[in-house]
Design a protein around this ligand. Structure first.
Ligand SMILES: [Zn+2]
Ligand SMILES: [Zn+2]
Length: 333
């Protein structure tokens, strides 16, 4: 099969992904093989390619927002049949036995493994996954519009939960990329939240307005009222301070990124007193994934997508890195 393979890390501008012919994967016990239709790109792919995350497997096929049809079943599969449409997301293995797995917190399992990082992902014609970690995809989404839900959507959803925002409250969003533009639609339509969006990008600001944000700007001190909750999607630690400072008493900032530059020192009186809190997000549980797909369906979420061919993977990720995508970039295989 053809795959965009990462053999050696490097800046995305040096085109580290190489289009190669590699053997088709063979599904193991209780694994399904998926003929990939498309795979959305994510900032985590960039962190893997540029080695901001310590390399786990080389060479590796990145990509963890995979949509496709099951084309082969490994021994013992019972959940899906060939032809079923499924999604493969970031979380692909947990032990099922540790204190985190047995208390609804499998996102913290020390043995967790991730697609496109520990195992090959979806920048390829085929990908495999254990059937228990595949998602059934709601019919209302076509392939290209379903794929951003699988990480942008799921992680954004967990970040929204971690922010503690309640129905009808104001949610501030710092950085308005792929994840933010999906979860903004859910927060507004399902939780009746007012949205305040902080972004320096004019085109991201425009998209936020189109999606009904109540206030959009580049300076959080100009918000009309203190929001009750905030989510930082920007991978920049210095953004955490204005996010804390803008909050109402008792509010929390969820940090959605898997990687962030250092957070500057935090003055207790100014940023944390009055029980303002910081809630990092680490991966997700499968339950988060199922709930997100239900919520996205009920909210009739429409991700804004920009499509690329598999051979344009480097270009797509460079566009993501430099803020040239409004919404989500999707590789159509
Ligand atoms: Zn575990
Ligand atoms: Zn991701």
């Amino acid at each position: 099969m053809r795959a965009a393979l990462l053999e050696e890390s490097g800046p995305i501008e040096s085109s580290p992904l190489k289009l190669r012919d590699v053997p088709d994967p063979v599904p193991g016990e209780r694994e399904v093989r998926v003929r990939v239709a498309c795979c959305a790109i994510c900032r985590t792919d960039l962190h893997i390619i540029e080695a901001d995350l310590a390399p786990a497997k080389r060479p590796v096929i990145p990509g963890h927002q995979v949509i496709g049809a099951v084309d082969q079943l490994g021994r013992g599969c019972t959940r899906f049949k060939t032809g079923d449409r499924v999604g493969i997301a970031w979380l692909r293995h947990t032990c099922g036995q540790c204190r985190f797995c047995t208390s609804g917190r499998e996102n913290l399992c020390p043995s967790s493994q991730y697609t496109g990082y520990h195992a090959d992902g979806g920048f390829a014609e085929f990908a495999v996954v254990h059937e228990d970690f595949a998602y059934a995809i709601p019919k209302q989404f076509d392939d290209v519009h379903a794929s951003p839900l699988l990480c942008a959507g799921i992680i954004g959803y967990r970040a929204m939960l971690r922010s503690g925002v309640r129905d009808g409250e104001t949610l501030a969003i710092f950085g308005f990329g792929s994840s933010a533009h999906v979860i903004a639609q859910i927060a507004k339509r399902r939780r009746r939240c007012d949205l305040y969006v902080v972004s320096r990008s004019r085109s991201h600001q425009r998209l936020a307005r189109e999606l009904g944000a109540a206030w959009v700007g580049d300076d959080a001190t100009k918000m009309p009222h203190p929001p009750q909750a905030a989510i930082v999607f920007a991978p920049a630690g210095e953004v955490v301070l204005p996010a804390l400072a803008c909050l109402d008493r008792g509010g929390a900032v969820a940090l959605a990124g898997i990687h962030m530059s250092p957070i500057p020192s935090i003055d207790y009186d100014r940023y944390l007193f009055q029980e303002r809190d910081i809630h990092p997000v680490t991966a997700n549980t499968r339950e988060d994934g199922r709930r997100l797909l239900d919520e996205a369906s009920a909210a009739a979420v429409v991700p804004h997508v920009k499509t690329y061919g598999l051979g344009q993977a480097n270009e797509a990720l460079a566009d993501l890195k430099h803020g040239r995508i409004d919404g989500t970039g999707v590789l159509v295989v």
